[in-house]
Design a protein around this ligand. Structure first.
Ligand code: IPM
Ligand code: MN
Length: 352
């Protein structure tokens, strides 16, 4: 039987609870579709850092490279200063494993409430391809004369043609494979960030002209993108954008699809090891209460199976999740589902 070795990083807060349910569902899918998943757990996160003083062991990246994929819960601890765990674990793994795509589907499932007036599942179904290796996230920066009136702080937005091309190629291919509106929208800021987005825009049209004549190209400024994501989400099919803009617009997208309880994502290295994680954070105030919505983690697990090539199993999980949102859950928020975290996992697994 085909066996996949999966590293799990439950992480902080409610991470372990949602990962537990995701694993339950993934195992149910595996037995139905006749493959095997071997999970190996890593204790990276805030608790470990507070206990040992080490954010990530030196060999972590090398260890993780041996796996077929990674499933992550959440990183972020109320007793650790913001930035330490995020940069030291989450971002470090994304960069070291060169997961240069952050794939974030924005899809409203049946039965899920959206804050967008008069919009339903037929209007909200698109995907954001967020570049995941460059931008201010990896740009050089620094500060001098800290704490004085002359303090200077610099954090640069940097993109190379190489980073842009590989991201665009993934996005074009994705739009083609998705085979819906066959439209790729570049989200940028060509009217202000004239250097960086001149490069993105040229690369976008050069690649589109040369290799993807079947894919329609659109361009939106990032501020306008936010507006249309609220007003006319049905316009979008695949959006490709920079790391920082992608971070921001996918939180907006997540709330339009029912919030952090349902929004899934994947950090993808198409040539290497990818890492799947719910977009939401560690939700410290709900930790250990068995009330958090595990569906974002479950759906991230489905994305993982799709990337591993287990497309039928991935689709079956998505259909089970859609059945549960349509027929069972009262709401998506923590404590508002009408079921516990464990029960929601059971419902999805049961349908498989
Ligand atoms: C996300 C998060 C991270 C990011 C943080 C926690 C570093 O907001 O995955 O969207 O900015 O990428
Ligand atoms: Mn974010």
């Amino acid at each position: 039987m085909k066996t996949y070795n999966i590293a799990s990083i439950p992480g902080d807060g409610t991470g372990p609870e949602v990962v537990r349910e995701a694993i339950k569902v993934l195992n149910a899918a595996a037995s139905k579709f006749k493959f095997k998943l071997d999970f190996h757990e890593f204790d990276f996160g805030g608790e470990r850092y507070l206990r040992t003083g080490e954010v990530l062991p030196k060999n972590a990246t090398e260890e993780l490279k041996k796996f077929d994929s990674i499933l992550l819960g959440a990183i972020g601890h109320p007793d650790v200063k913001p930035g330490i765990l995020e940069k030291g674990i989450l971002l470090k793994l994304r960069f070291d494993l060169d997961q240069y795509i952050n794939l974030r589907p924005i899809k409203l499932y049946p039965g899920v409430e959206t804050p967008l007036k008069d919009k339903g599942p037929e209007h909200i179904d698109y995907v954001v391809v967020r570049e995941n290796s460059g931008d201010v996230y990896t740009g050089v920066g620094g500060a001098t004369q800290i704490g004085t009136p002359n303090e200077v702080a610099v954090q640069n937005m940097i993109y190379t043609r190489f980073q842009i091309d590989r991201c665009l190629r993934y996005a074009f291919e994705y739009a083609r494979k998705r085979n819906k509106k066959k439209t790729l929208a570049l989200c940028g800021k060509t009217n202000v960030l004239t250097y960086v987005f001149d490069l993105w825009e040229r690369a976008f049209h050069e690649m589109g002209d040369a290799e993807y004549p079947d894919i329609k190209r659109e361009y939106y400024h990032v501020d306008a993108t936010c507006m249309w994501m609220v007003k006319n989400p049905e316009w979008f099919d695949v959006i490709v954008t920079t790391n920082m803009f992608g971070d921001i617009i996918t939180d907006l997208g997540a709330i339009t699809q029912g919030g952090m309880g349902i929004a899934a994502g994947g950090n993808i290295n198409p040539e290497g090891v990818s890492m799947f994680e719910p977009i939401g954070g560690s939700a410290p105030k709900y930790t250990g209460m068995n009330v958090i919505n595990p569906l974002a983690a479950v759906s991230s697990g489905a994305m993982m199976l799709d990337t591993l090539g287990e497309t039928a199993a991935s689709k079956a999980i998505e259909e089970a999740v859609m059945h549960v949102t349509a027929k069972k859950l009262k709401g998506m928020g923590a404590g508002k589902m009408g079921y516990s975290t464990t029960e929601v996992g059971d419902l999805v697994a049961g349908l498989l």
